[in-house]
Design a protein around this ligand. Structure first.
Ligand SMILES: [Ca+2]
Ligand SMILES: [Ca+2]
Ligand SMILES: [Ca+2]
Length: 324
């Protein structure tokens, strides 16, 4: 039996949106937008491509407009996340019925299992220095935010609470973690210090606020919310202290989840529920230039994470340098 992952939740939410949309005139519900399939840009977007019953980790190089499948074997890849140096990808995969955190090289080789326990371990997020990985885990009951060394050792539960916490995202200086919490009923974007102290509710809204991602300059957090009150979920920005929440896009015919900043902070990749399936989409941080990735044979595409291009002796090809 599968855990109640964000992925499952999103697909359920998306399906609910679709069912609610069906009686509507085409184009009025969640899902009819489209856009150009290529553009100039920076870095690499890793996402899960689902097709033919398999889930395959796919890396899309933005500048060259080319994609490559990197998973070896297995059909249970969820939540891929770039290491800060772009050399590895952490992800959630199944070991029997148990969700575990795994890591592989960026080309799909050298697969290693980092967690092994009866709890569901999911949603890995690398510390900016690459030495630690935060993740959501049910190993102590419920769902908490844990951190471990990048080799799977030294696991610490930061939020051993009776309510759910999920979706960790590090601040770019590595001192804090934004995450999703159900402490106050509706889901909220919370933040805490890296040792679990000073937990604070940033979003404070009766709507469902989910999927935080911290901007590379540390000043802004993007998240998804249904606070508009219609049937769709949209992306919002807020200052890193929770002030000044504002809707990112003005599009009204799609649901948006899973935001991930580009390395230079200029754009945001996300999963968009359009038509009858999810597609990876990109939007400028001011809400402009909404685009979609090529379909690449995927029945649906989910869980984008945007990393830098490959390192060379001349330095990083595109995007910012890794955090110290
Ligand atoms: Ca586990
Ligand atoms: Ca908890
Ligand atoms: Ca809320």
């Amino acid at each position: 039996m599968r855990p109640r992952t964000n992925d499952a939740r999103r697909r359920l939410a998306a399906l609910t949106s679709l069912l609610l949309t069906l009686p509507a005139v085409t184009g009025l519900g969640c899902g009819s937008s489209s856009g150009p399939s290529s553009w100039a840009g920076e870095g690499r977007i890793v996402y899960v491509c689902c097709g033919g019953g398999d889930r395959v980790t796919t890396v899309y190089d933005v500048a060259s407009d080319t994609s490559e499948s990197v998973s070896h074997g297995g059909s249970s890849v969820y939540f891929p996340a770039w290491s800060p140096d772009g050399e590895r990808i952490a992800y959630m995969g199944y070991e029997g019925a148990q969700a575990e955190i795994w890591v592989m090289d960026a080309d799909g080789d050298n697969v290693r299992q980092l967690t092994a326990n009866l709890g569901q371990d999911t949603e890995p997020a690398w510390h900016p220095n690459g030495g630690r990985i935060a993740f959501a885990s049910s190993r102590d009951g419920g769902s908490d935010i844990c951190v471990m060394d990048a080799d799977g050792s030294d696991v610490v539960n930061l939020t051993q609470t009776p309510w759910y916490e999920r979706s960790p995202s590090w601040s770019p200086d590595g001192t804090r973690i934004a995450y999703e919490s159900e402490q106050y009923g509706s889901r909220e974007i919370h933040v805490m210090d890296a040792d679990g102290s000073n937990q604070m509710n940033l979003s404070e809204h009766p709507g469902e606020d989910i999927d935080p991602d911290w901007s590379p300059d540390g000043e802004t957090i993007v998240f998804a919310s249904d606070r508009d009150g219609d049937i769709c979920t949209y992306l919002y920005l807020m200052d890193a202290d929770g002030r000044n929440p504002r809707k990112l896009t003005s599009v009204t015919d799609r649901s948006e989840f899973d935001p991930a900043w580009s390395p230079d902070g200029s754009r945001i990749a996300h999963t968009a529920y359009v038509g009858i399936d999810e597609r990876i989409s990109i939007v400028d941080r001011d809400g402009g230039n909404l685009l979609m990735l090529p379909v690449e044979g995927c029945t649906y595409q989910i869980s984008p994470d945007w990393g830098r291009s490959e390192w060379s002796p001349d330095g990083w090809g595109r995007g910012a340098a890794p955090a110290p």
